[in-house]
Design a protein around this ligand. Structure first.
Ligand code: SF4
Length: 420
């Protein structure tokens, strides 16, 4: 103020101050994510070549549907072709799965959890609104900035990445007669925040000293792998698709309700039917302040029975949290996602050359929605796993393997809480 220069105190920023918005980790903080990178995958593959058979790891890659759509758009291929060619390219690893499969479990568990919470709302003031749990960017922000106030509202259902972790290190390991630490599980995801999620202590198996997901690479990192190997995906021969249950898969499917997984739509339809006996046909979204904040209502005789919203991007999330804090949040459920426009627009996706981000996103949405939409309840393989592996709906194993918990982060000692 008086024109004098003053040396400022050095600012210290720890990983725990990170809101995981994907903005900086992509460049300056890349050292921190080195344990989970395509370089790490290459290291494990090289180790496998040199190691004795009993020391080799079975390598499994689970690809998210958002990443597949991004690669398909970049390579100007269809989704099925992309999946088949990617499977062939990655065949130096042993199995390539699709996290659309594990998302069935996340959707079913979210549906059931919502109905349970709805019945509990009179005695538990924090049962509703239930807030989505599939986005680690949002979870990270909620734990760090609103801690114990917001945590009881967050669904305990694991994200598709972490359900896939349970399937691969649990069911699949059993089928292969291997302990979980002999499997190296890699996921391909649309954002860097998924690396934070995989690193959570909640997803670490103490007995076998292994994580459910060992390494997360972004869609952009898969492109780097292709470039490093001098491979053009369109020139790769297709390979049959693998499935967790070992059956050959000839087509891909998706879930209706948008590129972030369709949580709102699935929970809404199920709750309308289960709680009020109402069959919902098409769902009408009402945009509020912007296209990333929309709501959906179910009414009967002028009475609102269900009031849901989706809130994407931190601007809308902050609005939502303020509403909650003032006791003025009218919703029963909110699909919360940290990225504006949701997961197809994640920070780890490939930027298309020459396209504006709006055109790019529209192209991705068209591609993503071009697949057959499946209903999780009708997936036979999912039903079989619930019955034979998990011990039925609502069993203790379901709670243990498909649900998780959250932790308020004390900012004073935050530097010790997250390990990479
Ligand atoms: Fe990742 Fe963004 Fe999707 Fe959240 S919304 S899971 S940060 S891509």
């Amino acid at each position: 103020q008086d024109g004098e220069a003053e040396k400022l105190e050095k600012a210290k920023i720890t990983l725990n101050d990170c809101l995981a918005c994907s903005g900086c980790i992509t460049s300056a903080e890349s050292v921190l994510v080195s344990q989970q990178s395509h370089g790490e995958l290459s290291r494990v593959l090289a180790h496998n070549k040199a190691a004795a058979a009993q020391e080799q790891k079975l390598v499994v890659v689970s690809v998210s549907p958002q990443s597949r759509a991004s690669l398909a758009a970049r390579c100007k291929l269809g989704l099925l072709e992309t999946a088949q060619k990617l499977t062939r390219f990655l065949k130096s690893v042993h199995y390539v799965f699709d996290t659309t499969f594990s998302r069935n479990f996340s959707l079913l568990e979210s549906q059931r959890e919502f109905v349970r919470r709805f019945h509990r709302q009179a005695e538990d003031k924090k049962a509703l609104p239930m807030l989505a749990s599939a986005c680690p960017g949002w979870i990270c922000y909620a734990e760090k900035t609103h801690g114990s106030f917001i945590i009881p509202h967050i669904s305990t259902t694991k994200s598709p990445q972490q359900v896939m972790g349970s399937l691969v290190k649990g069911y699949f390991a059993e089928q292969q007669h291997l302990p979980p630490d002999r499997i190296y599980h890699v996921t391909v995801m649309p954002c860097y925040d998924k690396k934070l999620e995989a690193s959570r202590p909640d997803f670490f198996n103490q007995e076998y000293q292994t994580r459910d997901v060992d390494c997360v690479i972004t869609t952009g990192e898969v492109l780097k792998l292709l470039e490093q190997e001098g491979v053009s995906l369109p020139d790769v021969d297709p390979a049959p698709l693998d499935t967790v249950l070992g059956r050959a898969e000839e087509e891909l499917s998706t879930h209706p309700g948008g590129g972030s997984g369709g949580y709102l739509e699935h929970i809404f339809r199920n709750a309308a039917q289960e709680l009020f006996g109402i069959h919902v046909g098409s769902i009408h979204y009402k945009p509020l302040k912007n296209k990333d904040f929309q709501e959906v209502t179910l009414e009967r005789d002028g009475v609102v029975l269900l009031h849901f919203a989706l809130a994407y991007g931190f601007r809308n999330i902050q609005n939502l949290v303020q509403k909650l804090k003032r006791g003025k949040c009218p919703y029963h459920y909110v699909e919360v996602m940290a990225c504006p426009s949701g997961c197809l627009n994640g920070g780890g996706q490939i930027k298309l050359e020459g396209e504006s981000s709006k055109e790019e996103l529209q192209q991705l949405e068209r591609l993503y929605e071009s697949l057959r939409a499946e209903i999780p309840e009708e997936n036979q393989a999912v039903g079989e796993l619930y019955q034979h592996w998990l011990g039925g709906w609502g069993s203790e194993k379901v709670l243990e393997l498909l649900h998780t918990e959250y932790h308020a982060v004390e900012r004073a000692n935050s530097a010790l809480s997250i390990k990479w």
